[in-house]
Design a protein around this ligand. Structure first.
Ligand code: F6R
Length: 606
């Protein structure tokens, strides 16, 4: 939530900052701004709306300074207006902030009582006032920052500069990510390596409470006020430039990348010759002692976790408790030390999931993370790590990371079943074979893109959407509804089909579209009866089922056929049509598919 960039060096500062913000816009896009030195003074330009408004406003303005800071915002305190946009400048001090200052009310009252005049409704401006006061009292910027850090509580990653020290930027953090990159005579700060990688591959991930004092040829990192020798990380990240490669939206590109993403997620853990699963980097003996698993995540990652819950319990017979991270962290969960806590997070920075990880470690449990972003905070803090390996996901709505997570969850379940002596060898081989075959099947399912592109004008007229499925299809129903809500702003619900008669059936009339996930699995007959009940009440049926299923076809307005699968593969393939329907309905309604309103991709606030 919010992206920050800072640059010191000989390149055109304005361009570096704007290009950096472009790669961070996924973190928030309701306003943006820069502060850059010009003729010895800090010059600030800000604009409400997407980054393009800032770019239009800056136009060809030139800046002669060699350092600056920039921000793209996801509003927490104060509306998304220009006055609330960052940077916030007070006297000689200008700063950008990602996070939330929790003691904001108290600080504001104190500052106002002492005569400070607020020019925004943000919590960030208070930090600028506090630092400015310290600077005015004679402290240098570093000392001022140390003083102010004692006064603020909450989550923050901050970059600050002062007219008194026109050669330096200070960065500090507690919670949200902040990375500093060191190049030849240049320093780049950012919330994400994507903004740094075009300039240098040598990076340092700040720990909480670290303070970085950066000058062009001198970079010092302090931990508890003592200078440390940083351990630099070399990015193994060839220029993964987020480009649409001819697709109209990143989301569509990422949907089409799913066969490759899925293969990249599973292949590191598969021995092709033996057709067996070996989870790399996980202490298999540890899995043997595990008698309970908690899966903790948010949003789409939570639904991937729900699929994991079903598959692990079925294959490995290990009890799984699935938890929403924001609930888990506050409900005083009972976590025996013999448990494994699995946290799933595409970004690896989601504040609630990170807090759940820390809580689990405090209670003595081992934590296994499944992230897409390597070196993210969750990845760094977990005891054992697995990766989605999907490549950079730019669309705010998660797609390829989800499908990769389903693949990795299946491998985890298979590995657990082996250590618990549950799955006969032949079954392991058949799971491996079907997983390896999925990418090419996915290619054929992607052909439904054309169907939804055509049908979208009709489908967009429905008042509401009900997604239904049973067993492992149920998490996909939930994911489908989430996608429809976030992209098309339509009311959508995901339901376990057997639960409909306990209330939600009352919702159904001719204005409701039922998206039924009904493959020919062991629950097929029961799901079909649920479909009949919905149809009898006037619902318009779009079904996804097994090729050749004439009965399902006859009950549906549209029938989308998938090859025969099982409880593992059906949900993975169903994911593609539930993504495509939301994408095309949202597009037909004129919604901003890649950057839906009110959302951001990396949720680093509670
Ligand atoms: C929905 C979506 C979100 C994220 C959620 C967790 O399309 O992307 O629901 O899944 O914010 O994010 P991560 O996985 O980064 O922890």
């Amino acid at each position: 939530m919010c992206g920050i960039v800072g640059y010191l060096g000989d390149k055109d500062v304005k361009n570096v900052l704007i290009e950096g913000l472009k790669t961070l816009e996924y973190r928030g896009y309701d306003s943006a701004g820069v502060s850059i030195f010009n003729a010895g003074k800090i010059e600030k330009v800000r604009a409400a709306g997407k980054l393009q408004s800032l770019i239009d406003k800056i136009g060809s303005t030139g800046f002669d300074g060699s350092l600056g800071i920039a921000h793209t915002r996801w509003a927490t305190h104060g509306k998304p207006t220009e006055r609330n946009a960052h940077p916030h400048t007070v006297n000689k001090v200008s700063l950008v902030h990602n996070g939330i200052i929790e003691n904001y009310m108290e600080l504001r009252e104190e500052l106002v009582a002492c005569g400070s005049v607020m020019s925004s409704d943000t919590d960030t401006e208070l930090v600028a006032h506090l630092i400015s006061k310290e600077v005015d009292s004679g402290k240098d910027l570093y000392e001022a920052v140390l003083e102010v850090k004692k006064k603020i509580t909450g989550a923050y990653a901050v970059l600050v500069m002062s007219e008194d020290q026109p050669e330096e930027i200070i960065g500090f953090k507690c919670g949200p990510p902040l990375i500093v990159g060191l190049g030849e005579g240049e320093v780049v700060f950012a919330s994400d390596v994507q903004a740094i990688a075009p300039h240098t591959k040598k990076v340092f991930y700040l720990e909480d409470e670290d303070v970085v004092l950066a000058r062009k040829d001198d970079l010092k990192i302090f931990r508890e006020s003592k200078k440390i020798d940083p351990v630099w990380t070399e990015l193994d990240w060839s220029k993964q430039v987020a480009e649409k490669s001819g697709y109209e939206h990143f989301m569509l590109k990422e949907i089409f990348e799913q066969p490759r993403a899925f293969a990249a997620a599973i292949e590191p853990h598969i021995n092709i010759e033996r057709q067996s699963v070996v989870l790399k980097d996980i202490d298999v003996s540890l899995l043997k002692d595990i008698d309970r698993i908690f899966i903790v995540a948010c949003g789409t990652s939570y639904y991937a976790g729900m699929y994991g819950e079903y598959v692990i319990e079925k294959l490995a017979g290990v009890p799984v408790e699935l938890e929403i991270a924001s609930e888990f962290r506050y409900k005083e969960p009972f976590i025996p030390s013999s448990s494994l806590v699995v946290v799933i997070s595409q970004s690896g920075e989601t504040a609630d999931t990170l807090a759940a990880l820390r809580l689990a470690k405090e209670k003595g449990a081992k934590v296994l993370s499944l992230c897409n972003t390597k070196h993210s905070t969750i990845d760094r803090e977990a005891d054992f790590k697995l990766y989605m390996n999907s490549g950079v996901e730019v669309g705010v709505a998660s797609t390829k990371a989800f499908i990769s997570s389903l693949g990795v969850m299946t491998l985890l379940a298979t590995q657990l079943s082996k250590v618990h002596d549950r799955v006969p060898k032949e079954d392991e081989q058949s799971i491996v074979r079907s997983l390896l075959g999925l990418p090419s099947v996915m290619e054929s399912v992607l052909a439904y893109d054309k169907f939804f592109a055509k049908a979208a004008d009709d489908l967009k007229k429905f008042k509401g959407f009900l997604y239904m499925g049973r067993g492992t299809n149920y998490p996909i129903a939930l994911e489908g509804a989430l996608k429809m809500k976030e992209l098309a702003y339509k009311h959508a619900e995901g339901y376990a089909a057997g639960e409909m008669k306990h209330g939600p059936l009352a919702l159904i009339d001719e204005e409701i579209l039922i998206f039924m996930l009904c493959p020919q699995d062991h629950l097929y007959e029961k799901t079909l009866s649920n479909l009949e009940e919905a149809k009898a009440r006037g619902g318009y049926i779009v079904s996804v089922g097994t090729k050749g299923d004439e009965q399902l076809k006859s009950l549906s307005e549209h029938f989308l056929a998938l090859p025969k699968g099982d409880f593992i593969t059906n949900p993975i393939l169903e994911t593609i049509p539930v993504q495509l329907v939301s994408y095309h309905v949202a597009k037909a309604l004129g919604c901003d598919v890649d950057q839906p309103r009110n959302l951001a991709k990396s949720v680093t606030v509670e």
